[in-house]
Design a protein around this ligand. Structure first.
Ligand code: UD1
Length: 380
């Protein structure tokens, strides 16, 4: 423990695409002269493709990781176990003051579990979100990571209640806002114009001014791994595309599942334009100017709320209820009629008029680093 107390470094962990925009503002805040603590960065390698990793590091100005575990893909058990085995010697070699994890991916729980068993405090950014659906791998990761954490940073005030119900001491919980929205605000004026991305993709509707299009993302196992659900979703998206051309950046998991299920023809016959995974700045531009966004992503529900763009969430639940109660999000599930009804409503009314939730102001990472410095100063 002596070595730990002597360390002034926080080891920040990233693994998968949605972690990158959360860690960027945190690394920046640690690098400011006001922080007595510094940060090192570790990438587990859960996401490794250029499109899933490198473009994000470049566009978000994230420093090259000090350590890359290079784990790659696998089943949940393989991936989690590989990360744990490769992470342990890193902590043995240079024990940090604390390990900071973000979000809810396999890298988050794997590194939290290794750290806590070595007596190294875990800090969880984006704690306390609950969908109530334990069939989602991310829900398990959230619950367990929060149980292991010493400092828990929440994005919406109600997350405190979720955590205290699970027996977590309220004194450990800090409402700081949303680091994902720090990144959004910081980068909005650098966003790649949607017109450019649409034209490059030859998307129908690209020539209109303003471009008239909807944006689609789908990657949740519950939506893409079951061919029946996947084909139902693609069929309803194809119907929507008859009125609003859709641009669909495809996640590698989804691309494989569409090919396995032989559903490429369905897409080819529609006004859905598919393209590979997009960079952060391309996605910002595409979200900002879309008439409607249809998604099963967690982060996009928040980003569309911050941008005031209508979002139709193709899931039965959300762990981010503030995007529904205050934002522009509607959770419709995967029933075709429900999706079409919601789409019609958005087209007729322009969608819900939302507001930006409290503390989604671009300053969350500063608050986080302030709390961590004070916690370290107080001897923990
Ligand atoms: C993971 C996260 C999910 C997050 C998503 C964002 C978990 C449990 N899930 O899901 O919460 O919303 O990232 O993308 O951690 N692949 C590539 N190249 C890559 C990475 C993955 O081709 O760089 C392919 C592989 O075939 C792999 C599949 O995508 O098997 C799934 O990757 P994986 O990291 O297991 O989960 P995601 O579905 O990306």
């Amino acid at each position: 423990m002596g070595a730990l107390l002597g360390s002034r470094q926080v080891l920040c962990v990233v693994g998968a695409r949605p972690n990158f925009m959360k860690i960027a503002p945190i690394m920046r805040a640690f690098a400011q002269p006001g922080s007595a603590l510094s940060a090192r960065l570790l990438h587990t390698g859960q996401h490794y493709d250029a499109a899933m990793k490198h473009s994000f590091f470049d566009q978000l100005n994230i420093p090259e990781p000090d350590v890359d575990l290079g784990v790659g893909s696998g089943t949940h058990a393989q991936q989690t176990a590989d990360i744990m085995k490769r992470f342990e010697p890193v902590l043995d070699k240079a024990p940090p003051l604390a390990v900071l994890v973000v979000g809810d991916v396999n890298s988050t729980i794997a590194c939290a579990l290794v750290a806590v068993k070595k007596g190294i405090p875990v800090i969880h950014v984006e704690a306390g979100l609950r969908s109530g659906d334990r069939g989602m791998p991310e829900e398990i990761n959230r619950i367990l990571t929060d149980q292991l954490s010493e400092l828990l940073f929440i994005t919406e005030a109600d997350a405190r209640g979720n955590l205290t119900l699970e027996g977590i001491d309220s004194a450990k919980i800090h409402f700081v806002g949303n680091v994902m929205i720090d990144s959004l605000r910081y980068n909005l004026d650098k966003a790649v114009p949607a017109a450019t991305t649409l034209a490059n993709a030859n998307c129908a509707g690209a020539g209109d001014s303003p471009a008239e299009y909807g944006l689609v993302t789908l990657h949740r196992p519950s939506n893409v791994d079951d061919p029946v659900v996947l084909s139902r979703l693609l069929e309803v998206l194809a119907r929507i595309s008859e009125r609003t051309p859709l641009l669909f950046p495809i996640h590698p998991r989804t691309e494989s599942r569409i090919a396995e299920a032989g559903l490429e023809g369905l897409l080819a016959d529609s006004a859905i334009t598919t393209i590979g995974p997009q960079g952060y700045l391309e996605m910002l531009g595409l979200m900002k100017d879309a008439r409607v966004v249809l998604t099963d992503s967690g982060g996009i529900q928040e980003e569309t709320t911050a941008l005031g763009v209508p979002c139709i969430t193709l899931r039965e639940n959300t762990e981010r209820p503030i995007t529904v109660s205050q934002g522009t999000n509607t959770v419709v599930g995967t029933d075709s009629d429900a999706i079409l009804r919601c789409y019609e409503d958005v087209m007729q009314t322009g969608g819900k008029v939302g507001r930006v939730p409290d503390l989604w102001d671009g300053e969350s990472a500063q608050r986080i680093v302030g709390v961590i410095n004070a916690w370290a100063e107080s001897g923990r």
